[in-house]
Design a protein around this ligand. Structure first.
Ligand SMILES: C[S@@+](CC[C@H](N)C(=O)[O-])C[C@H]1O[C@@H](n2cnc3c(N)ncnc32)[C@H](O)[C@@H]1O
Length: 267
């Protein structure tokens, strides 16, 4: 797979900037809260969650504070260092465990089986095909357990509006079938976009759809740190619209991301 080997080093070097970017970013905080609300509709507090591509641990500690037990995994040691620091600072060692592990080798993760397998903000978009990961889920997820994955779709309205400004590269880049080259800390790797239907097809008959919701369909992308602060009234109006449209078709498959939850119900 092209340049997969550069990912641990690229994200490790980016870890401090990644956390700094998330500071004082109300829109990203709103997006994360929508993910937690979605997850808590399907997974009760007290459940044991396996988190894939946990990054620097923002979600792991937030979920632990909401009463979950989280086993947080990622392939980038620099991200996991920051995660461990957060766990220590917040004294959440009894609720969060950490393991350096690629989601491509998830079958051998410590502590299985889990009640839920969670992945946030498109870490899984670093691979072109999710079926090798999905095939391993029966080893790590109990029957009746829930998968909640937050993935980047092909259709992002906020980016498509860029076409009006002649910025066609940004507007339509997600439609590329061969992935989009991403640059991070001097490394290159490819990012792939998925439709909800494609992902559900990969899951197959042993997984039942629980819920599909768009994440930031009308509001800006997560990259936009300042819009919410510069235009608070417009942002509030867009958020209201976003809240009302994003749970419903066709909006639920569009956006910066979509949140997909399925129950593992082996036949
Ligand atoms: C955009 S960050 C998202 C992090 C986190 N989920 C969040 O919401 O902040 C993507 C993460 O995916 C991780 N990642 C990429 N490929 C991976 C792989 N094969 N196995 C595990 N983690 C991976 C990266 O190291 C990085 O921490």
């Amino acid at each position: 797979m092209m340049n997969q080997q550069s990912i641990p080093e690229a994200f490790s070097r980016a870890a401090a900037k990644y956390d700094a970017f998330a500071n004082d970013h109300p829109h990203l905080t709103r997006m994360r809260h929508k993910v937690y609300d979605h997850l808590s509709r399907h997974v009760p507090p007290g459940a044991r969650i396996l988190e894939l591509n946990a990054g620097s641990g923002t979600d792991a500690v937030a979920l632990a504070q909401r009463g979950y037990f989280v086993h947080a995994t990622d392939i980038a040691p620099g991200m996991l260092d920051r995660l461990r620091d957060k766990v220590k600072d917040l004294r959440l060692e009894d609720r969060v465990t950490v393991e350096e592990r690629s989601f491509l080798a998830v079958a051998d993760v410590a502590g299985a089986p889990f009640d839920s397998v969670f992945s946030d903000l498109g870490g899984l978009n670093c691979v072109p095909d999710l079926s090798p990961i999905i095939r391993q889920l029966p080893n790590v997820l109990r029957a009746g357990g829930v998968v909640t994955w937050v993935l980047m779709p092909h259709l992002c309205l906020w980016e498509m509006v860029e076409a009006l400004r002649g910025n066609f590269h940004v507007a339509f880049r997600r439609l590329s079938k061969n992935g989009v080259r991403s640059h991070l800390e001097g490394f290159n790797f490819d990012v792939y976009y998925f439709s909800p239907q494609q992902v559900m097809n990969w899951f197959g008959d042993d997984f039942e759809l629980l819920s599909l919701e768009g994440l930031s369909v009308i509001t800006p992308t997560a990259e936009s740190k300042n819009f919410a602060k510069m235009f608070p009234r417009v942002y509030r109006a867009l958020s209201w619209l976003d809240d009302h449209l994003s749970p419903h078709s066709p909006w639920n498959g569009w956006g910066d991301f979509f949140i997909l939850s399925l129950r593992y119900a082996p036949k």
